[in-house]
Design a protein around this ligand. Structure first.
Ligand SMILES: Cc1ncc(COP(=O)(O)O)c(C=O)c1O
Length: 394
């Protein structure tokens, strides 16, 4: 036997690391639920409304204008310029184009970051519960995940920085934080961001800040971002996406912001991942960024109403415990007597015809919870809540 082949299943000799990769628990429940058209699907994190017409028109125009070819690895210059202006205005500090790389949505950015940072045996310290895909990227690269759970009660979620720092050891390469957070709606405070930045500067660690929900926040205009406190040369990578704020989940478009010296590395890796993000999506993305603010504001108003309904109705059901989510479009709630969220979510789905994501999908701290995505119409939410009430209101 040669190399590591001894670890491989001889009937399907693929990398051990990939063979043992967990299936997504969110997909698992969705696949089961999609077979039944009567089920209300609230398992995925996406808005129910299609991409707005002004973005669709820009894409139509781009196709008619012949934008059907490969694009540069880092994205088309006009989109990068547009993102530079957008980020600079949003965060009130200059973000130069040489820090920006367009990716095929956040997911592709995450994989590239894992490919860039992780040698076998390295670890990432991650604040959980969290949407699990970046953790899986690290595992694909033969890295280890060290999870530091937020603590939650009905007044909100909290991060214990001492626990976070204590989880880092000499194999740690980065701290991964997703704020605003999927699934909890937790928003990291500026003071904690500064403390993490100081710690990472001192230890030479990367910060990977997943900020795909930065615009979807209810009591502030914008979530605090590491962009606002980091210097350009800091080892800080911020992940962004068109998926959530501009209702473009299917377009697969996002971007990462990092130190200028990282950009050529991403350029190289993008060649070997996807060559370039879709040309037509990028042209639509320019319009989304330039003309999208009113759309975002109207969506946030819509989600705020949905959040309030969910908090009032679901939150007052006798077996349910949840804080008011501060951002993103999820409620993460515990249920009295639930011990296995995966089993519970499946049983609940078949009994009530409402599909929710099991908390176990989101890592440490999520086991006793369920996640509902409330980026849906009032009618859909109301019938989902009607169906859930008999189980949660005993
Ligand atoms: C926290 C978080 N990061 C990243 C993503 C991925 O977004 P994209 O559609 O841009 O790949 C999601 C999607 O649900 C998410 O919740």
């Amino acid at each position: 036997m040669i190399g590591t082949s001894k670890q491989r299943d001889p009937t399907l000799p693929i990398r051990h690391q990939v063979g043992k990769l967990e299936d997504s628990l969110i997909r698992e429940i969705a696949h089961e639920g999609m077979k039944d058209p009567d089920i209300i699907p609230l398992w995925f994190g996406e808005p129910d409304l299609p991409t707005p017409n002004f973005i669709i028109s820009a894409a139509n125009q781009a196709l008619r204008d012949g934008h059907t070819f490969y694009a540069p690895n880092l994205g088309i210059p006009e989109l990068r310029e547009t993102l530079s202006t957008y980020m600079s205005e949003l965060y009130k500090r200059q973000i130069n184009v040489d820090r920006l790389a367009v990716t095929s949505a956040a997911m592709n950015g995450m994989m590239i970051i894992a490919e860039t940072l992780i040698d076998p045996g390295d670890n990432i310290v991650a604040v959980t519960p969290v949407w699990p895909n970046f953790l899986r990227c690290v595992e694909i690269m033969s890295g280890e995940i060290r999870m530091v759970p937020l603590s939650g009660n009905t007044s909100g979620w909290k991060l214990d920085l001492d626990r976070l720092f204590a989880a880092c050891n000499k194999e740690t390469r980065a701290i991964y934080i997703n704020s605003p957070n999927n699934p909890t709606g937790w928003v990291m405070e500026r003071k904690q961001q500064r403390a993490v930045l100081d710690f990472c500067r001192d230890k030479g660690l990367w910060i990977i800040s997943d900020e795909v929900y930065s615009r979807i926040i209810y009591d502030q205009s914008l979530a605090p971002s590491f962009i606002e406190i980091a210097e350009p040369e800091d080892l800080v990578i911020v992940i962004n996406s068109f998926s959530k704020s501009w209702a473009m989940t299917g377009w697969r478009l996002g971007w990462v912001t990092g130190p200028p010296r990282l950009t050529p590395v991403i350029e190289k890796l993008n060649e070997y991942n996807v060559a370039s993000p879709s040309s037509v999506a990028q042209h639509a993305g320019i319009t989304a960024i330039r003309d999208g603010d009113n759309f975002i504001a109207s969506m946030v108003d819509r989600y705020r109403l949905a959040r309030d309904v969910i908090h009032q109705r679901l939150g007052s059901m006798s077996k349910v415990h949840m804080p008011q989510p501060a951002a993103a479009f999820y409620a993460f709630f515990s249920v009295d007597g639930m011990t296995d969220s995966r089993h519970f979510a499946k049983k609940l789905m078949h009994e009530t015809k409402v599909g929710l994501a099991p908390g176990a999908a989101f890592g440490a701290g999520g086991e006793n919870y369920l996640r509902i995505c409330y980026a849906k119409s009032p009618e859909i939410l109301s019938s989902a809540l009607d169906r859930l009430a008999p189980v949660f209101n005993l």
